[in-house]
Design a protein around this ligand. Structure first.
Ligand code: ZN
Length: 89
């Protein structure tokens, strides 16, 4: 098995530290290691990933990645509900 590419972007849950996804931007490849949801943070004007294990929210992610996740995993539109994910511990 080839070693994991070092230039891939890895996203971890800041609360429970699960490895959520790896995104290889040049090849438009995204691997999901743990279920996430999308959540639009109006204060930041950006979308964050929400860990479905603990509801922890990651840093904002690029729109390009949001598009890719919606395309590959049918995640749908980012949630804009009143439920606010826990801030990083
Ligand atoms: Zn988590």
């Amino acid at each position: 098995m080839a070693p994991r590419r070092l230039d891939a972007n890895q996203y971890f849950c800041p609360s429970c530290h699960l490895h959520l996804i790896t995104w290889d931007r040049p090849s438009r490849t995204v691997e999901m290691f743990h279920k996430v949801a999308l959540w639009r943070d109006f204060e930041a004007g950006k979308v964050r990933l929400v860990c479905q294990y603990c509801d922890g929210a990651t840093d904002v992610v690029p729109d390009e990645l949001v598009d890719l996740l919606q395309d590959r995993f049918a995640l749908g539109s980012p949630s804009t509900g009143p439920r606010r994910p826990k801030p990083p511990a």
